[in-house]
Design a protein around this ligand. Structure first.
Ligand code: FAD
Length: 559
């Protein structure tokens, strides 16, 4: 009797091996920025973290943390409230790595030049492992400058916030090996408009009792939260512990977790405070002034996180197109695909360069540099607006470079795509950050001068940039003169600020091919059918694309 041959329908050909086992930190735009900003090369720790972020094991942790999202356990079996959030072990492993590398508050007590910049570079690298757990990491980092408004509390909690021990679980904060901090500002009736907060704060003992709700409180398993509430003197900032010093749970009830578009590994909750105890931070009635320091630091992380998402999308697309063949050639060698990849690479490199320039400014501002503080005041909201808005477009286009495979979960791009809009939504949505650029111009006149002085460092480097800088100078002046009427064009102005600064940084620091292509496609009035408004892959003719794409290729690429 003859046996049937094994059921073989096809051989697997022309499929691309996954991009794994590479050093995420092997990123020229990043490494050159670290060198520039610190005067030193990147340390071993950055590359160790990069290897870890690009490993197959970490990619698996990221998958598990997102496919097994957190679960809220409001009550125990006997009906007692417990308000616990349960996470998959993969989440805890990602968190332990982030905290172990000091991506949360570790640079604050250090204070050495470059400590915040190094942390920013590491955050950018590790964000490419998994974005969701970056939320409590960023909030913990950002909580410290706000907490310092109350030196007594900062002295007590800052060493624990800065500790490199990841110590999850509901216990008295003072007794833990390490702490995490969250923030609760948004309420049902108002998020951007925080002055609409309705939570009441009544003096009680050495603190206040808070009663009200919060509509978005991410990472509710944190140990401490900065919360806004209405004290008798007006809107004030408070520090609310989840567990009270006597070991009992604070009256902070988790009502439910949000069912979100992306960011699924992270928990975002709705919270009720029923006479919850909290300490005042900063002056009563000056809550916005106090918490704004936290908002600035999280905005920087939004820019870094979005630049990281662009970079991740870009390397994935370049890796794929360097191997996959169609119509007799590798995709990357097809002229139109080369234009798409180069355009994505330009956007990604410009975002990384701008993000790291801001991280350098934040590092120096933390040590008292007033000029850098003025620059940040204007450029940070502009960059948050622009870089975060560009991210979903970059990720969507990168996804398409993989064809149908890019639309499939295993490619990693659907998760990146779902996560991509988030940084634009929170900590000041697009309109709010664009309007903040106008506010900075009106209230901090030195910020416009700081921006123009920075751009002028590239004067005479490229005629298109010079023309754009002159236009920016004019429009800044007009915006100041127009007052509230400038609101209508705030997005245009914020975009102009970000793109002109990106171009000036690239003209000064990037290889000639990159700077030339960026100016030709983003600034040249003759390139009306390319530029930021057009889809990617519409670069003008005559550009040298190979070095642009090579600069964004992952180090393992077989291309
Ligand atoms: C995943 C996720 C996690 C979050 N985590 C937290 C958290 O941990 N803590 C926290 O406090 N909040 C958190 N938020 C809330 C977030 O910060 C708010 O959603 C955001 O600030 C916008 O507020 P809102 O939703 O009330 O929208 P609204 O303030 O109602 O704004 C709606 C739209 O109107 C626009 N807009 C507002 N004012 C103006 C104006 N004057 N002119 C023109 N346009 C305007 C906004 O840009 C936005 O596009 C989170 C949100 C998300 C999605």
């Amino acid at each position: 009797m003859t046996r049937a041959a094994p059921h073989v329908t096809h051989e697997v050909l022309n499929q691309v091996p996954p991009l794994a086992g590479y050093d995420v930190a092997d990123d020229p735009a990043l490494l050159e920025a670290v060198q520039r900003e610190t005067g030193l090369g990147a340390g071993d720790e950055l590359h160790q973290l990069g290897q870890r972020a690009g490993s197959a094991q970490t990619q698996e942790l990221a998958r598990l943390a997102n496919e097994h999202p957190p679960v809220l356990r409001t009550h125990d079996a006997r009906g007692n409230r417990i308000d616990e959030v349960e996470f998959h072990p993969a989440w805890h492993e990602l968190m332990a790595t982030a905290v172990g590398h000091g991506l949360h508050a570790a640079p604050w007590p250090d204070g050495a030049p470059g400590a915040h910049l190094t942390r920013a570079a590491e955050f950018y690298v590790w964000a490419q492992a998994e974005a969701g757990h970056g939320c409590p990491i960023s909030m913990t980092y950002a909580a410290v400058p706000a907490l310092r408004h109350e030196p007594r509390l900062a002295e007590r909690f800052e060493p624990l916030l800065a500790s490199r021990a990841y110590d999850p679980g509901l216990r008295v904060p003072d007794g833990k090996a390490g702490l995490l901090a969250g923030m609760a500002m948004t309420e049902k009736q108002g998020g951007s408009d925080v002055r609409a907060n309705a939570t009441r704060a009544v003096p009680a003992g050495d603190g206040y009792q808070l009663t009200g709700h919060k509509w978005f409180c991410s990472a509710p398993m944190c140990d401490l939260f900065l919360v806004l509430a209405q004290a008798p003197e007006g809107l004030s900032c408070f520090l609310l512990p989840r567990v009270l010093p006597d070991g009992t749970r604070n009256s902070m009830r988790l009502q439910r977790l949000k069912d979100k578009l992306g960011n699924r590994s992270n928990a975002s909750s709705e919270v009720e405070y029923d006479g919850a105890f909290a300490w005042l931070v900063g002056e009563p009635g000056r809550g916005v002034t106090t918490i704004i320091d936290m908002v600035s630091a999280t905005r920087l992380d939004c820019v870094l996180g979005s630049a990281a998402a662009m970079r991740q999308a870009c390397v994935t697309a370049i890796h794929y197109a360097s191997i996959r063949r169609a119509f007799g050639a590798r995709l990357a060698a097809q002229p139109l695909m080369a234009s798409v990849l180069a355009d994505l690479a330009l956007e990604s490199q410009a975002a990384t360069t701008l993000a790291m320039r801001l991280a350098g400014a934040a590092d120096r501002a933390a040590r008292g540099d007033a000029g850098e503080l003025a620059l940040l005041r204007l450029v940070l909201p502009a960059a948050k607006y622009w870089v975060c808005k560009r991210t979903p477009m970059v990720v969507g286009e990168a996804l398409e470079c993989l064809g149908g495979n890019g639309y499939v979960e295993e490619s990693g791009l659907p998760r990146l795509y779902r996560d991509a809009p988030l940084n634009s939504v929170w900590e000041g949505s697009g309109n709010v950050t664009a309007l903040d650029v106008l506010r900075a111009l009106a209230r901090s006149p030195g910020s416009g001068d700081a921006l123009l002085a920075e751009i002028d460092l590239a004067a005479d480097g490229d005629r298109r940039l010079d023309a754009f800088a002159a236009r920016l100078r004019r429009e800044l002046k007009e915006a100041v003169a127009a007052g509230a009427e400038a609101q209508y064009r705030a997005r245009r102005l914020a975009g102009l600020v970000a793109v002109t600064l990106q171009a000036s940084l690239l003209v000064r620091h990037a290889p000639g091919a990159v700077a030339d292509a960026f100016c030709a496609s983003r600034l040249d009035p003759g390139a009306a059918d390319s530029g930021p408004g057009a889809p990617f892959g519409t670069l003008p003719d005559g550009l040298d694309l190979r070095p642009i794409v090579a600069r964004s290729a992952p180090a393992t690429d077989c291309g």
